[in-house]
Design a protein around this ligand. Sequence first.
Ligand SMILES: Cc1cc2nc3c(=O)[nH]c(=O)nc-3n(C[C@H](O)[C@H](O)[C@H](O)COP(=O)(O)O)c2cc1C
Ligand code: SF4
Length: 423
Amino acid sequence: MSIKVLTRNMHVPNLRNIGVYESLGGYRALRKALSEYKPAEIIEIVKRSGLRGRGGAGFPTGMKWGFVPKDSGKPVYLCVNADESEPGTFKDRIIIEKDPHQLIEGTIISAYALGCHQAFIYIRGEFIHGAGVLNQAIEEAYSRGYLGRRILGSGYNLDLLVHRGAGAYICGEETALLESLEGKRGHPRLKPPFPAVIGLYQCPTIINNVETIANVPHIVLHGPDWYAAIGTERNTGTRLFAVSGHVRRPGVYEFPMGITLRELIFEHCGGMRDGHQLKAVVPGGSSVPVLSADQVDVKLDFDSVAKAGSMLGSAGVIVMDDSTCMVKAITRVTKFYAEESCGQCTQCREGTEWMYQILRRIEAGQGRDGELEVLLDICKSMKALTICPLSDAAAMPVESYIQKFYDEFEAHIRQRRCVVNGR
Ligand SMILES: Cc1cc2nc3c(=O)[nH]c(=O)nc-3n(C[C@H](O)[C@H](O)[C@H](O)COP(=O)(O)O)c2cc1C
Ligand code: SF4
């Protein structure tokens, strides 16, 4: 099935213009939401659709919204996570740049459902163009009465603000994002309490990914059953797959969840570059365990990828062919996490740097016997013990690259050379 939901209009010129967006049915879902449903009914609709968060963990969106305490007496905030800094992930960016009103409409409906009157889009600092596109679109939405006071003549008010980050990967982690939004250093907070209860300015706050929120207008307009019929039973809807690496046609592809990795790579992305074979795939952004070529029949949905020992995560699919040195690849990835660790937790701050130093030596042919075991030991001590999951996100790939490509690592140590590139 080749149904498109989020990208269905992206071929239309000038889609960023509000008039063009409206001419394609844009903001009809908002009208419907405000005129036909009470906020609690929208939460119920989103629950029934089965929508799961697209930011990484796949947490059910309607359930998360249901955690906001009723009548706490405090304002409720919605923060759209547009930080998109995970290496290999570039799917939120196309929504922001090509169809910003889809995201804004989703934000307004979601905010209405949550009883929120001030929403934020926290956007990665490097997305200078995207921030400009969003600000222009928000201005248009205000001028048409979709934002501001008494939206579309209802009693509902909402303001929406774009906040630019300053270039730290950790600010994509939801509580670091909140700290950053409050003007502080982007350090993750200890949980619980979860942001739905105590979030921005100590008030109930929902943080959702761009792609998650962009699905909401479609769910409201076409109904939860329509949405739930796309994809697989516990993994409904489509997914934006950002495919990079050694395929002939890299790019962002939208398919129902449950498409296989084989179909994605070989039917839609044109297969591997001339004369090369598939060697490995990272299915969900650089922080998830790598899959080997013989796992290419895995279905791309949260549960199937987890069963195969990895994670669908951000659906940033990084494809590597047989010219790839896996030692070099993971050394590069680990350098990123060592640089981006915020430093609060010892295991993460020291562990990422130790791993990088050892991997760097092994890659350069200066590794020592026993160092693979040391690396695996460091990985073990970095997992599930820290304030946020960045430590796990750095350890899991290292563990999986070593386990799946042990011989390559060993050859770097024993033969002091790379068996792939011969150096
Ligand atoms: C280190 C780190 C970086 C993250 N970066 C992002 C990001 O750039 N965008 C995003 O949506 N979620 C990111 N997340 C996940 C968020 O913490 C959060 O779970 C997500 O925004 C929730 O949205 P969802 O429920 O719609 O998936 C990151 C998590 C971690 C631990
Ligand atoms: S796990 Fe790493 S990034 Fe997360 S809070 Fe601890 S030190 Fe910071």
